[in-house]
Design a protein around this ligand. Structure first.
Ligand SMILES: [Ca+2]
Length: 352
């Protein structure tokens, strides 16, 4: 398994001894799995036993992780790279892929965005020499949780897939949420006990110093974002941008960088030439930000990230992110080394 030295070791914000964390995490994970067999079924309102410290230790344990990808794949050109990155990477095992809703100028409605994402996932799988028999693909919600005012979950094959896989998991599953959090938040509302089995990695929000929360994935389903931050589900937040911190926006690529995808496989040709060319026709240049590769990047190369444990911020009805030190804790990315993640992504895609 590939290991990369801790790029941020000198300035890392969390000071826990990793050896102690790993030992503690192993014991706690065993306890969690035992208690899940019985009494925890009746304690849905309790917080997850997967504390941020245990999640950090598990993330850094050097073992391959099981992941579910939940992706608004057609909305941009970064989800496709993120999916291929995960498929070609030895540090994770993709156990299924969900289509998420979105509505922008590439869709006529949230349902249309979800349907187009479903077909885009199929296109990416085909390009990578795979199909539904290799990786189950599920349709997600046709609408937002935010279309009702009372936080009502939206049942979908994708949400039910998360619940089904989480219930039988023997190790935490990382749910890589690359778009609106509708499917994931619905799954947590429908079956709160999965909070002991999943870790949600969400590309959502901006850093609070960016002020008003206009981040795309959050705006797509604001209620779903509120649910993730309120539900006590284990959460690793990957913000897009901030005033003094660029967040995942540092993951830009240009025509020269994309040439680091090597070989002449269908996947290599698609991601080095065809997909950037498709977007060049609409944007006029090759330069692009691949925000979503941050999520598989975190699972594959956690040492390339500077992470901090913070009280889960409150998303107000006025769409501001407000600190509240009385709240439960989550993990948030402070900084990522884009060179490490780009290199790992392109190496993984080259291996397809
Ligand atoms: Ca996305």
């Amino acid at each position: 398994m590939q290991r990369i030295n801790n790029h941020f070791s000198a300035s890392s914000l969390y000071t826990y001894n990793l050896f102690t964390m790993k030992t503690t995490a192993t014991l706690f994970l065993a306890l969690i799995l035992l208690t899940n067999c019985g009494m925890m079924k009746n304690s849905a309102e309790k917080a997850s036993l997967l504390t941020p410290e245990i999640v950090l230790a598990h993330l850094h344990n050097g073992k391959a992780k099981k992941v579910i990808i939940d992706s608004d794949t057609y909305n941009e050109m970064d989800d496709q790279y993120a999916v291929a990155y995960a498929l070609g990477n030895p540090n994770m095992e993709v156990i299924s892929i969900n289509a998420a809703p979105f509505h922008n100028d590439r869709s006529t409605s949230y349902e249309d965005g979800m349907e187009k994402s479903y077909h885009e996932i199929m296109r990416v799988l085909k390009v990578c020499g795979k199909d539904k028999n290799d990786y189950p693909v599920w349709k997600g919600s046709p609408k937002r949780i935010g279309e009702s005012s009372d936080f009502t979950p939206v049942a979908s094959p994708a949400a039910e897939n998360i619940i089904r896989l989480a219930k039988k998991a023997k190790e935490p599953i990382y749910v890589l949420c690359l778009g609106a959090a509708t499917n994931v938040a619905s799954a947590v509302l429908m079956e709160p006990s999965i909070r002991n089995k999943i870790v949600v990695v969400w590309l959502g929000t901006n850093f609070s110093d960016a002020g008003h929360q206009g981040e795309f994935n959050l705006v797509q389903d604001y209620r779903a974002g509120q649910i993730l931050l309120n539900s006590k589900v284990p959460l690793i937040l990957l913000p897009a941008s901030g005033k003094d911190n660029k967040g995942t926006q540092v993951l830009s690529v240009d025509q020269e960088e994309v040439k680091n995808i090597k070989g002449n496989s269908n996947a290599a040709l698609f991601f080095r030439e065809r997909l950037p060319h498709e977007f060049k026709q609409t944007t006029g240049n090759w330069w692009h930000i691949l925000w979503d590769i941050a999520a598989p990047g975190l699972v594959s190369c956690p040492d390339a990230f500077e992470l901090e444990i913070i009280p889960s911020p409150v998303l107000t009805e006025e769409r501001n992110l407000v600190k509240d030190h009385t709240r439960h804790k989550i993990i948030r990315m402070k900084r990522v080394d884009p060179k490490i993640i780009r290199a790992d992504a392109f190496r993984s895609i080259s291996a397809l």
